[in-house]
Design a protein around this ligand. Structure first.
Ligand code: ASP
Length: 442
């Protein structure tokens, strides 16, 4: 067996957590590659190193003293080093980075990546593994898109040289060898590429919960644990708000079918959640329910002319493409269509986009609904049952939740419903109560 394991920021928040990580890694010789995040929060009031690094960059950019924050980050790493009696020299590297910030000689991406870098340096020393820099392994193009063949080749080469290694998550390099970051939470994706490049049998993702639950425990009390979930189901649930894994984690693994096991650093013997291409033997109709608030729906009312139907839609979509605003949903009807986007994605460009949208010929009116939440009901087993959408409507009408839009995926394993932000929690709880224990056979 060859295993890649990844430890998230909360599993590295203090020396006690590091000891748990070491015990886990050392309990199984098959754990050859360890991917680490930056140090995370030790408690609710604590700060994540990655957030502090972004702040340091901004402080310096706007000529505000960055040193207190810099010292706070440095102290987090030096405390781990001291408490675990480690030797690796990170002090001089911190000094060098400080000088480079002062000299405007470091990019934001490189500075932010140092959280993972220093975690990996210390972890390699602690475990007695080789440190291998992801800068040498993960290749991006200039658009920030991963170049998979080169990346896999580099990982393969590293695996042939280093039997046991620690790799920093979250970053790689552009073709000019400068640091490029994944999006936030991207160390999960580093782990996937490491697993694929190493042709691993298993990718273990250690975090601070024992895998996935049917709904967000902050919204639903004691939700049902999910023992197995398919790549496809997980992708929708993560995209729609389930935050345990980065939504792109599964992408590199789909074609090679390497399973992921999400495990808890604090309770490593819990069964966790298996994520696989195909899961079998599950009896429940619905696997998970997730959702997000903060969407904006633009409704476009068209002139009633048949030739106008496609052109106005295409022109509107083109405007969103130009401004690089991802579209979440496009429900259409005879004389109108709707475009749903995330509010955060549009905020800064809002007035420019509106001005351009108003110029599209054939549109008589544009309405906006800015209090939209989307809720996803997901389950491979729904394919085998005709009643799921009807049950969702019934749940909502029984609970006075007004449905603003509904979209059933072509593959029929996900149904996405739009409700108002105010109804979000109520909608998730009502759906959970209705579907939590329902079996396919019922
Ligand atoms: N440290 C980075 C973040 O906070 C990446 C990661 O932890 O995966 O987003």
């Amino acid at each position: 067996m060859y295993k890649v394991c990844k430890f998230g920021g909360s599993s590295l928040a203090n020396a006690e957590e590091w000891k748990k990580v070491k015990a886990i890694v050392e309990s199984d010789d098959d754990r050859h590659i360890v991917v680490v995040s930056a140090i995370g929060k030790a408690n609710k009031k604590d700060d994540k190193v990655t957030d502090l690094l972004y702040l340091i960059y901004q402080h310096h950019k706007y000529h505000v003293d960055f040193l207190p924050l810099f010292e706070a980050v440095k102290e987090k790493y030096l405390t781990i080093k001291r408490e675990l009696n480690l030797n690796v020299d990170i002090e001089s590297e911190f000094e060098e980075i400080k000088e480079r910030i002062e000299d405007d000689d470091i990019s934001e991406e490189e500075l932010v990546s140092r959280g993972e870098y220093f975690s990996a340096k210390l972890m390699a020393d602690y475990l007695g593994f080789d440190f291998v820099d992801s800068k040498e392994l993960i290749n991006f193009d200039y658009a920030g898109k991963i170049v998979e063949p080169e990346t896999l080749e580099c990982i393969e080469r590293a695996v042939s040289v280093h039997e046991y290694m620690v790799v920093p998550g979250f970053y790689g390099s552009y073709p000019n060898y400068k640091i490029c970051l994944f999006s936030r939470g991207g160390s999960d994706v580093t782990g996937s590429y490491m697993a694929k490049g190493a042709e691993a049998d298993l990718y273990e993702n250690f975090t601070d919960v024992s895998g996935f639950y049917m709904a967000d425990p902050r919204i639903v009390d004691n939700p049902r644990h999910i023992a197995q979930i398919s790549y496809d189901e997980l992708r929708v649930l993560s995209y729609m708000g389930a935050s345990v894994l980065h939504e792109e984690t599964i992408l590199p693994l789909i074609d090679v079918e390497i399973p992921i096991r999400v495990l808890n650093t604090n309770q490593p013997d819990d069964q966790g959640t298996w994520v696989k291409k195909h899961v079998s033997g599950r009896k429940h109709l619905v696997t998970g329910i997730s959702g997000k608030k903060g969407y904006l729906a633009f409704s476009f009312i068209r002139e009633k002319r048949p030739d106008n139907k496609l052109t106005s839609l295409l022109q509107v979509l083109d405007i969103f493409r130009e401004y690089r605003v991802p579209i979440e949903n496009i429900p259409t009807s005879i004389d109108s269509f709707c475009v749903v986007v995330e509010k955060d994605e549009i905020e800064e460009k809002y007035y420019d986009i509106i001005a351009d949208l108003k110029k599209v010929p054939g549109i008589v009116r544009i309405d906006e609904d800015e209090n939209l939440a989307l809720v996803a009901v997901v389950g491979d087993n729904m394919v085998r049952k005709v009643c799921a959408p009807a049950q969702i409507f019934k749940v909502f009408s029984d609970n006075d939740v007004n449905v603003r839009l509904i979209d059933q995926g072509i593959d029929e394993y996900s149904i996405i419903v739009g409700v108002s932000n105010a109804d979000f929690g109520k909608a998730i709880r009502a759906l959970y109560d209705s579907f939590a224990h329902q079996k396919v056979s019922e």
